[in-house]
Design a protein around this ligand. Structure first.
Ligand code: HEC
Ligand code: HEC
Length: 275
């Protein structure tokens, strides 16, 4: 009887969908950080050939916003001296979601804190598990310069954060907002230096890049009306617009190429739902 029961349990386990069983926090963290969250797009320093070899997540990439600030991204490898190796899990999660360092100092832009606040506890824990597994890289990074006063905080201290409701559009909104910050670039500025997410996906102000100013276009329902799902997917994964034009960085195409099939469908459903 016991043996039969055990066999039944094994058969049942094998019949369940694999991801639900198989993804450990570490694997979930890798999927997010190397995929839609694309943390390395800002935290890995780049040269003319792309990511500098051996410097993954070691920081030092300069993001210059003329007349506003000069941000230098942090070393988020587990190096104890120059990275975040000595921080506790809770301290790392607080820095990511609330923009506050362990010593209480507030982090500056352009890390998208307004959106990262809604990363679920489960995903924040997974992201930290993956960061801890990285190769520590010793790399002293110069301080960012923010001439403007930074806010005392990006919001009240967080309690627990649940994931999205289990519908395609809610899951897609979570991917395009808190996890992938698509709507950070693709939404207009509102008041107080914050994005206006009531107009999410209607296009953002120009970004300064090596090739000059480049405008994040509207990616909402009306803008994508003439696009097939395959064309939207190709733009996100491969950086090719509907008319075949090559899209310029800083969108993180090589990371987005790794987004799973279900996630991509949810993300597209969300974009199409935006007014
Ligand atoms: C758009 C660029 C950008 C993205 C995307 C981004 N960051 Fe950052 N991050 C920064 C900048 C810039 C700083 C430093 C801010 C400062 O100096 O005040 C920073 C600081 C941090 C810090 C604080 C470390 C320290 O020593 O102060 C952590 C932790 C961190 N980022 C983790 C992440 C993770 C994890 C992700 C992906 C989920 C991520 N970041 C995505 C730009 C970015
Ligand atoms: C760091 C800023 C940034 C982020 C983050 C970002 N984008 Fe973009 N995106 C741009 C820019 C800039 C362009 C226009 C590039 C060009 O014209 O060469 C663009 C173009 C696009 C296009 C093509 C639109 C067209 O008319 O050709 C789509 C679709 C798109 N983005 C969707 C997304 C999605 C989905 C995400 C999140 C997974 C995302 N973007 C994240 C900056 C960003």
């Amino acid at each position: 009887m016991f043996r039969m029961l055990r066999r039944a349990v094994v058969v049942l386990l094998l019949a369940l969908p694999v991801p639900a069983l198989a993804q450990t926090p570490l694997e979930r963290g890798r999927t997010l950080v190397e995929g839609i969250a694309a943390c390395g797009n800002c935290h890995t320093p780049k040269g003319p050939q792309g990511d500098l070899p051996g410097m993954a997540f070691a920081g030092g990439l300069v993001i210059d916003e003329p007349n506003a600030f000069r941000a230098v991204t942090s070393n988020i490898t587990p190096d104890p001296e120059t990275g975040i190796g000595r921080w506790t899990d809770a301290q790392i999660i607080r820095a990511i979601r609330e923009g506050v360092r362990p010593d209480g100092r507030v982090l500056g832009p352009p890390m998208p804190f307004a959106l990262y606040r809604d990363i679920s506890d489960r995903d924040a824990t997974a992201i930290v598990a993956y960061l801890r597994s990285l190769r520590p890289v010793r790399n002293v990074v110069e301080a960012s310069r923010y001439p403007m006063p930074l806010p005392p905080a990006y919001g009240p201290p967080l309690g627990t954060v649940a994931g999205p409701a289990d519908t395609p559009i809610a899951r897609g909104a979570y991917l395009g907002g808190p996890l992938g910050h698509c709507i950070e670039c693709h939404s207009p500025m509102g008041t107080g230096g914050q994005r206006d997410f009531t107009r999410a996906g209607t296009g953002g102000p120009p970004l300064n890049g090596p090739m000059g100013a480049i405008v994040p276009p509207a990616i909402n329902g009306p803008a994508l009306r003439g696009w097939t799902d395959a064309q939207i997917e190709r733009a996100i994964r491969q950086g090719v617009s509907s008319d075949g034009r090559r899209l310029a960085p800083p969108m993180a195409f090589p990371h987005y190429a790794r987004i799973g099939g279900t996630e991509m469908r949810d993300l597209i459903a969300y974009l199409r739902s935006l007014p």
